[in-house]
Design a protein around this ligand. Structure first.
Ligand code: HPA
Ligand code: ZN
Length: 342
């Protein structure tokens, strides 16, 4: 492969999966205004430019305040449908063959929106995405860790009625002070009911939270996991157990988790033999979808085409797809890589 432009085309075209994406984080300012108008919700911004100017975050909490405020315009089933559909079209245009989407029911139920309204809208878009766009999807329900354990149990209880639609239970929101151990019992119940588990850990919180997520919540993947670099034993454990990290480079930069992209730990972690993937987290708020994330780390860390292929391959291997689905998508990836190399 020669030149910068061909690397860019290679990244844009490579078949990939997205495994760390909050659907509420795909609410673009234009859609925010449209929904505020149709639902008669007052928002504090007057123009798209004003919204974008507010997207300057010092840390995770700063971002979360704006993110939860954004959810106030989502009220009806159709809103959740439109939000999800717009993301699926975007993902498809970036050659995402498969996506695993987080949703935050408590961000809505605490505003008086029914769990059913949220999940029905999202689910209808996922089905249309599979049928009309050919994109494969899974749904992951996140528990907000800064709310109490009782609310987490209530939310899990509601999820049980939609078991067939939800693949895994995750853990997100303000990390520091809310360790995975707080939700051990909730996750035990989730596992007993056949859900897989994942958790945000080591984004702002310490490496110890990653250990807890593995040992107590029995996670299949760690979301973020940046601070694993501070603990050599943990890095060895992640490699030995094959526990993937779903990393989000632009998010990390925008929330001050890293000082600059050149300092992102992705390459070092990958070179330790850990399964790493690249994802967009909350693309409408951080200004980049999955391809922009690949491009940003490629450029800053000088990743070669072989390493880009590894990241794309990891995305399918770390997914919750069946063996045969993984196989089919990996074949498409290998075919693409081969054609590009010649
Ligand atoms: N971290 C924690 N919670 C979140 C995030 C994140 O990056 N995005 C949406 N909820
Ligand atoms: Zn996230």
């Amino acid at each position: 492969m020669k030149g910068k432009d061909s690397m860019e085309l290679f990244i844009k075209g490579i078949p990939k999966a997205e495994l760390h994406l909050h659907i509420e984080g795909t609410l673009e300012p234009e859609m925010l205004f449209k929904m505020a108008k149709r639902n008669s919700v007052r928002i504090k911004y007057r123009t798209v430019e004003e919204v974008k100017a507010a997207y300057n975050f010092r840390n995770l909490q700063d971002f979360l305040n704006v993110y939860y405020e954004g959810t106030s315009v989502l009220r009806n089933e159709q809103d959740f449908y439109d939000l999800t559909w717009a993301y699926l079209e975007k993902a498809c245009s970036q050659n995402v063959l498969h996506t695993e989407i987080f949703f935050d029911p408590q961000a809505h139920t605490r505003r008086g929106i029914k769990f059913d309204t949220v999940i029905t809208g999202v689910r209808r878009a996922l089905r249309d995405g599979e049928q009309k766009l050919g994109i494969s999807t899974r749904l992951i329900m996140c528990i907000l860790r800064d709310l109490n354990v009782e609310s987490a149990f209530q939310t899990l209880e509601e999820a049980l009625s939609y078991k067939d639609w939800i693949t895994a239970i995750g853990l997100n929101s303000a990390e520091v002070g809310h360790p995975p151990s707080k939700f051990q019992k909730v996750f035990e119940k989730a596992l007993e009911n056949g859900f897989l588990t994942v958790a945000h850990a080591g984004e702002e919180g310490p490496a110890e939270y990653i250990w807890e997520a593995i040992r107590l919540l029995k996670v299949s993947r760690i979301d973020h996991g940046n601070r694993a670099v501070e603990d050599e034993n943990l890095l060895r454990e992640l490699a030995r157990k094959g526990i993937p990290l779903t990393m989000c480079p632009i998010s990390n930069l925008k929330l001050g988790v890293i000082k600059n992209m050149e300092g992102h730990p992705l390459k070092k972690i990958m070179e330790m033999g850990i399964v790493v993937t690249v994802n967009s987290d909350d693309p409408a708020y951080f200004g980049g979808y999955i391809n922009e994330n690949y491009l940003a780390v490629q450029k800053a860390l000088g990743l070669n085409a072989h390493q880009i292929c590894t990241l794309a391959r990891n995305s399918f291997q770390a997914s919750f797809l069946s063996r045969s689905e993984k196989h089919d998508m990996l074949m498409k990836l290998e075919k693409y890589a081969k054609e590009y190399a010649t």
